[in-house]
Ligand binder design. Structure first.
Ligand code: NAI
Length: 446
């Protein structure tokens, strides 16, 4: 459900009033529905490198209408800008201005996607400058796009090409309606691991996934999305949420496990349930989280420790149990919920931001442990998402949270769920130790 203001300004009278008063005019975003085309309208692939040619050829095999040169005034679904061979800052001008000439032809909810290389592993300062320039360029361009269009980038690590499995998978995710609320972000492909699914509509077929905090909000949406993508889902929540948990579990034909994740034996209980009921465990989504907001001057032990315990200490313990288990060795996937508060900070949330910063630290440090098993661990950092948690935020702050982003609206739980389903898939096997923000380019944090 889109918020009422967005619905009001999307049509007739509301649209005119908002325009006259100079009010924000959010667009109803194009979101993924099974069976719909990946993107409507031609995809313009710009860039002169061998990587650009190879990518254009791969996109043709997805039945996309691929163009290597713009046709003036033809509506475009996406502009893909391949910048994988930049050496000097001057190298940016030609491709960027070529893309600029097509921007007015971008359809509503269109996409601009760059493929470039991380500045960190550059051979020279000049190359690093050119590569880092893409970062500033893309984030600024994303702020200039209108009508639900987004701008995102893919960073190709050492040895990764434009057609490596996870580079293609990331491109597919960013082109599709699955990434509706991802804007101004970069996905780093760290290796050539990963394999594209036989069926793009069922990328999680045969997998068993555990989702914590699945009785409501983002967790329930994750359970529905993983089920839609083919996974069998184990739904975990506290006993007090048992009725809601059972209802969502029935809906997705999964099983419910009533469990407080902060219990010492939570990891063991999760493994036992998954293996006894479903024979395996492939994917763990750490979604359960709580807030106990107070200014630090008024903070007490109860509020601080409850948040740290549930949001990060429990995750560390559960990961340790799973990584020690023989049942979590076959390309396992972990995705954990961070938050933009953990990146930029948020007044009144020192405890919550410490826990969510902790999640990102944990993910980075755990990446090698997962990669030893052919697996990955990543975090998703939502911005302002419309859930029971954010419905409790005072109205003025809530409105600010909704509008202070490039898409001028809050995200939906499904937007977070789509990013998680993507990172949990085999196709994302080359993306490890990263953080993906799902925040509509929220204007706080990097
Ligand atoms: P929510 O409060 O609506 O749902 C959280 C669920 O976790 C509830 O069903 C709750 O019973 C469960 N839970 C809490 N403690 C638990 C425990 N000890 N053991 C098992 N289950 C437990 O929250 P929402 O909004 O759906 O958030 C989900 C995650 O996303 C959280 O980690 C949150 O920090 C994160 N997040 C949410 C944002 C938002 O805008 N809603 C923004 C950024 C991050």
């Amino acid at each position: 459900m889109t918020d009422k203001y967005t619905q009001f300004v999307s049509h007739g009278l509301g649209r005119n009033v908002a325009k006259k008063l100079g009010l924000p005019q959010p667009t109803i975003l194009r979101r993924y529905e099974p069976g719909q085309p990946l993107i409507t309208g031609p995809v313009l692939v710009q860039g002169n490198s061998a990587g650009a040619d190879a990518l254009a050829a791969s996109l043709l095999s997805w039945d996309l209408d691929v163009r290597r040169h713009a046709v003036p005034r033809e509506k475009l679904g996406a502009i893909v800008l391949v910048l994988d061979e930049l050496d000097r800052p001057d190298d940016l001008e030609h491709p960027v201005l070529a893309a600029a000439a097509s921007l007015r032809d971008l359809a509503p909810s269109g996409r601009v996607i760059t493929l470039s290389r991380p500045a960190a592993n550059s051979a020279t300062p000049s190359q690093a400058a050119a590569r880092q320039g893409v970062d500033g360029f893309l984030r600024s361009l994303a702020m200039e796009l209108r009508a639900g269009a987004t701008g995102n980038g893919i960073l190709l690590g050492d040895g990764v090409t434009t057609t490596s499995p996870s580079a293609l998978a990331a491109l597919r995710f960013l082109l599709s309606g699955r990434s509706a609320y991802v804007d101004g972000q970069f996905l780093t492909v760290t290796s050539t691991e990963g394999s594209l699914p036989a069926d793009f509509e069922k990328p999680l077929a045969g997998k068993v996934a555990v989702v914590t905090g699945a009785a409501r909000g983002i967790g329930a949406s994750i359970a529905r999305t993983l089920h839609r993508d083919g996974a069998t889902v184990v739904l975990v929540d506290i006993p007090a949420a048992g009725d809601h948990l059972a209802a969502v579990a029935n809906e997705v034909h999964g099983t419910a496990l009533q469990l407080d994740i902060s219990r010492e034996d939570a990891g063991q209980r999760i493994i036992e349930h998954a293996v006894q009921r479903h024979g395996r465990l492939d994917i763990l989504i750490h979604n359960a989280g709580i807030t106990r907001d107070k200014l630090l001057a008024n903070m007490d032990h109860g509020r601080w420790s409850a948040v740290i315990n549930v949001n990060i200490a429990a995750q560390l313990r559960i990961n340790e149990a799973l990584l020690a288990s023989e049942h979590f060795r076959d390309s396992p996937r972990i995705v954990s919920l961070a938050s933009t508060s953990g990146i930029a900070g948020n007044r009144g949330q020192t405890n919550y931001a410490a826990s969510k910063g902790g999640v990102m630290g944990m993910v980075r440090a755990s990446a090698p442990l997962l990669s030893e098993r052919g697996g990955t661990i990543n975090a998703v950092a939502p911005g302002f998402i419309e859930t029971d948690m954010t419905a409790k935020v005072p109205l003025a702050l809530r409105e600010a949270g909704r509008r202070l982003n490039s898409l001028r609206q809050g995200g939906q739980p499904t937007d977070v769920a789509e990013a998680i389903a993507f990172l949990a898939s085999d196709a994302a096997g080359g993306i490890n130790g990263g953080v993906l923000r799902v925040c509509g380019q929220y204007m706080v944090g990097a």
